[in-house]
Design a protein around this ligand. Sequence first.
Ligand SMILES: Cc1cc2nc3c(=O)[nH]c(=O)nc-3n(C[C@H](O)[C@H](O)[C@H](O)COP(=O)(O)OP(=O)(O)OC[C@H]3O[C@@H](n4cnc5c(N)ncnc54)[C@H](O)[C@@H]3O)c2cc1C
Length: 380
Amino acid sequence: MDFELTDDQKIIQQAAREFCKREIIPIAEKCDEEETMPAELLEKAMDLGFPFMTVPEKYGGLEMGCMGSALVQEELAYGDGGIASSIGVNRLAAHCILVSGNEDQQKEYFGRMINDHHLSAYCLTEPGAGSDVLALRCKAQKKGDEYVLNGEKTFITNGTIAKFYAVFAVTGSEYDHKRLSCFLVEKDSKGVTVKKHLRKMGQRASDTVEIHFEDVHVPARNLLGREGDGFSIAMKVFDCTRPPSAAGAIGVSRRALDEAKKYALERTTFGKPLVKHQVIAHKLAEMAMKIEASRLLVHKSAVLYDQGKPNTFEASCGKSFAADSCMQITTEAVQILGGYGYMREYPVERLMRSAKVYQIFEGSSEIQKLIIAREIFKDA
Ligand SMILES: Cc1cc2nc3c(=O)[nH]c(=O)nc-3n(C[C@H](O)[C@H](O)[C@H](O)COP(=O)(O)OP(=O)(O)OC[C@H]3O[C@@H](n4cnc5c(N)ncnc54)[C@H](O)[C@@H]3O)c2cc1C
């Protein structure tokens, strides 16, 4: 498999790296502290096309696929996981539209993203159902040429910022793969209320909210695919969005390694720099190894996706390995900085708080392992 980046991929990676250095790193700590995502920053990211990486060129997007998204996410998350998640999460609803939207839907919604900078949010999770997607309760009832939506969604990234949502709701009566449908819903529709800003452990710059839908009338033309396609849309979308999510974890890990390396060279104990103590050098080596292995897995899963080949197994391996490694690497970085690592004045405590959510969102590490186990027993 060829891992050499194309010229376009190198250019977008470099652009994201410079954006991170210039725009994210200087404000990351403040944004985390104040739980804010500056609108100007999002605007600049949209000008560069970062939230629209997979949008086809014919609608004005960059059409750089799963690999392009992964490269950008790694660079942005190096600066801050929360800011990177806020910039990147548009890919989830965009991908729903890409895999199941008809020509009119693609033209309208991609057009709004690119021309009007209308961001989207992905509304799957509910207070009573996250991993168990088929247990959703938000209901969509067909009435004439409309659906009426009632229910609650929670933990929705960019729920306040987004102009429209991809909402998964129950249209079937059985607990099976035909139970759900996916709708494009305007945020300013009557009956949509962003109820609560949720306060988080980490990635605090990103907007995370609870949304209520009360008798929300959605035109039937806003149904993505056919009634009952919701579950398969959600799963197809994850094949393309998990590699960039995992790449975000790699960005956070890479930053943790850089901060730990810097400190290990500067700090002296027992008459020599920390790095000269073999235990510390080995910790740094382990961190570097895990980053390399994570990136190989993630890039492999992204390349497979872009080649139109099955990548569910590889995407889950990459997501789970990169997320779990990120938690270990950031924890070790805090350890290497000792007491200072625990203090807010150094970035590693923010990195450690940022890391945790990669093991939870877009399918937890436990769920990735269920998928991996299912895939390895597929032929049994
Ligand atoms: C910061 C943040 C942002 C998010 N953004 C979005 C978003 O934009 N849109 C959206 O729809 N959702 C979003 N989520 C929701 C996220 O995807 C869910 O939290 C996640 O899927 C887990 O669901 P849950 O929280 O309901 O946990 P549960 O499904 O209740 O699981 C609880 C624990 O049990 C484990 N578990 C569950 N089932 C099994 C099993 N069968 N075997 C073994 N272990 C199991 C899980 O791994 C987890 O550790 C976000 C979450 C967070 C924290």
